[in-house]
Design a protein around this ligand. Structure first.
Ligand code: HEC
Length: 166
């Protein structure tokens, strides 16, 4: 490569870096603290993996995954590959009038996200976490609790509680 070509490439790289700087420098208010996870686009149309429920919380939950995560589930691949994304949707449970003990899902309460990137999130089992209420990320203290609990109770399944429900 001649000198001129090298200089042209160097200049192009520098220009690119200058253009990118303002974009990367700004903290993303839509991203979770610690992990920088955002709500993935189109998640509401993803494949249902299973549902969850916790006694005492008047909530119903559904766990969906993107294609990478769903393929890993179906192939029994563990750990989940990079690019796997899981979203837990939660709604208020709504009692049905006149039908004791029957409920449907109502207004959304939280959206929780796990993103697999083994290198980036090496200190939390390869998963980045995000919890959102009304589209806004919860505070840092809440994000400190995520991996601790998933580590304590779901370690044998790559820190993921939900199994694929057929
Ligand atoms: C006290 C334990 C506990 C804490 C803390 C916790 N989780 Fe979970 N998480 C669970 C359990 C149990 C499930 C299984 C399904 C359910 O609860 O509906 C789950 C499920 C999930 C799922 C669906 C995938 C899976 O593992 O089944 C995501 C995504 C998720 N949690 C994200 C988070 C995020 C983000 C945080 C932190 C803000 C967090 N979790 C904190 C216990 C916990």
């Amino acid at each position: 490569m001649n000198e001129l070509a090298k200089m042209t490439i160097a200049a192009a790289v520098a220009a690119g870096a200058i253009l990118l700087l303002p974009l990367t420098g700004v903290a993303d208010e839509a991203a979770s603290p610690i992990f920088g996870v955002t709500i993935p686009q189109g998640y509401r149309d993803w494949t249902l993996i299973g549902v969850g429920r916790e006694d005492g919380l008047k909530e119903l939950r559904g766990i969906v995954g993107n294609t990478t995560a769903v393929n890993a589930y179906r192939d029994g691949q563990l750990p989940f590959p990079d690019g796997s994304v899981l979203v837990k949707l939660a709604w208020k449970h709504v009692p049905i009038d006149g039908l004791d003990g029957a409920f449907t899902s109502g207004t959304p309460t939280t959206v929780q996200v796990m993103v697999k990137d083994a290198a980036k999130y090496a200190s939390s089992g390869g998963w980045g976490f995000g919890r959102f209420v009304d589209g806004k990320p919860a505070d840092e203290a809440q994000h400190r609790t995520c991996f601790a609990c998933h580590d304590a109770h779901a370690k044998d399944h790559d820190f993921v509680f939900t199994h694929y429900s057929r």
